[in-house]
Design a protein around this ligand. Structure first.
Ligand SMILES: *Cc1c(COP(=O)(O)O)cnc(C)c1O
Length: 384
């Protein structure tokens, strides 16, 4: 049996119960279960607002668009971002007619505060931070920079469902979910993420007015949603106004059904991921295999990824594939892509690291033997 990078675990029966309720009620769209998952997500994370959308990609677009319009940014204003991410983080900036400026990453593969500061110009309006694999990196320093230079902070939290950090507050400290402190954070519940559905996500604004705007823009700009309208008494259900051209970005009750069950098991599942990572850590200790560390700020990581660095990646990958082990690469340096090639050479460390990283198999179906096998083959392959 081959060992794959990801494999989602679904609790089929429980999901089916929720979906059955939707079908019985005759309600599969926006509203009903989407309201439930928003409330549950707020309860779980402690974030003040949450809107369920059809993907993280849509959410990042809404985040950029709403911050831009509300703060009267101009076309071409700059958002500092990372070249080490899935392409959709930066598409959201482009969709909004803003300009991605690439800064370098640190040893945690997250934006390096020093590089961010060096890239700030008069046109910089925001920083987009990605917590790779559930790593907080140096988030608090980025937050500090944003305050100092009056920039908005957008968190691509696609990997961070269940990542917690310790915030020092007066008279003690508190454990906070990733997203706290950012102006907006966007989670992904795509099929291989820690909380897998098929496609969906959550956009969480700090500001309640922006949350209301997100709700309106995710449903074509319509000022009253169908669920609300269907519960209206009287004859004015069809009467709504349009003041903005919105999008079709909201989530639906079938995806929400999957997410409600996934959320119930998220902590348990992440604990298992952490145990797998601990086995990897122990297996590689003293072997010469270089692993990507978690930053001190990462009190509890969701452990979406377990990444190592190798000098001879092609050979290593080939050897692993020949042994029925199929790891992944997160990510290719985005400035390698033609559309972002204007920034080529801006981020030398990201570029180097993107040629060396490998994400090892990490999912809930891995047995101890699987993990031992991966460890053994990785060590062997790096010594070829
Ligand atoms: C998966 C992912 C996304 C996109 O999420 P979707 O829900 O598939 O749109 C964005 N950013 C990162 C870092 C991701 O891993």
């Amino acid at each position: 049996m081959s060992i794959q990078l990801f494999k989602p675990k679904f609790r089929n029966e429980e999901i089916m119960e929720h979906i059955q309720e939707c079908l019985d009620k005759g309600w599969t769209g926006l509203g009903y279960k989407t309201v439930e998952i928003e409330n549950e997500w707020k309860k779980y994370t402690g974030l003040p607002n949450a809107h369920f959308v059809n993907s993280n990609t849509s959410g990042i677009h809404l985040a950029c668009k709403i911050l831009k319009d509300a703060n009267k940014w101009n076309d071409g204003d700059e958002v500092i971002t990372t070249p080490l991410t899935f392409v959709s983080s930066n598409h959201g900036i482009i969709y909004s007619n803003l300009h991605p400026v690439f800064a370098d990453v640190d040893e945690y593969l997250c934006l390096d505060p020093e590089s961010v500061e060096r890239n700030i110009t008069k046109k910089t309006r925001a920083v987009l931070f990605v917590g790779i694999g559930g790593n907080m990196g140096q988030f608090s320093k980025i937050l500090h920079l944003c305050k100092k230079y009056n920039l908005k902070l957008i968190l691509d939290a696609a990997h961070m469902s269940g990542t917690w950090f310790t915030q020092i507050v007066e008279g003690g400290s508190s454990l906070e979910h990733a997203g706290q402190g950012a102006d907006v954070s966007v989670f992904s519940f795509q099929a291989v993420k820690n909380l897998p559905t098929a496609d969906s996500g959550m956009i969480c604004f700090k500001n309640e007015d922006y949350d209301q705007l997100a709700r309106k823009l995710s449903w074509l700009g319509i000022t009253k949603d169908t669920y609300q309208r269907s519960n209206d008494k009287g004859n004015y259900k069809w009467e709504y106004d349009l003041v903005d051209v919105g999008y079709k970005y909201h989530g639906n009750s079938i995806m929400a059904s999957m997410a409600l069950v996934g959320l119930k098991y998220l902590e348990e599942d992440n604990e298992m991921r952490r145990n797998i990572c601990k086995m990897y850590d122990e297996g590689f200790s003293g072997s010469g295999v270089e692993t990507i560390p978690l930053s001190d700020e990462t009190t509890i990581s969701s452990r979406h990824l377990y990444q190592i660095r190798v000098r001879n990646r092609n050979q290593t990958m080939e050897f692993l594939n020949n042994n029925d082990i199929f790891p992944g690469v997160h990510y290719r340096d985005n400035t390698n892509y033609k559309i972002y090639s204007y920034a080529k050479g801006n981020c030398p460390y990201s570029h180097k690291i993107s040629e060396e990283v490998i994400s090892l198999p990490l999912h809930l179906f891995l047995s101890k033997d699987n993990i031992q096998n991966v460890i053994e083959k990785v060590i062997k392959s790096t010594n070829i």
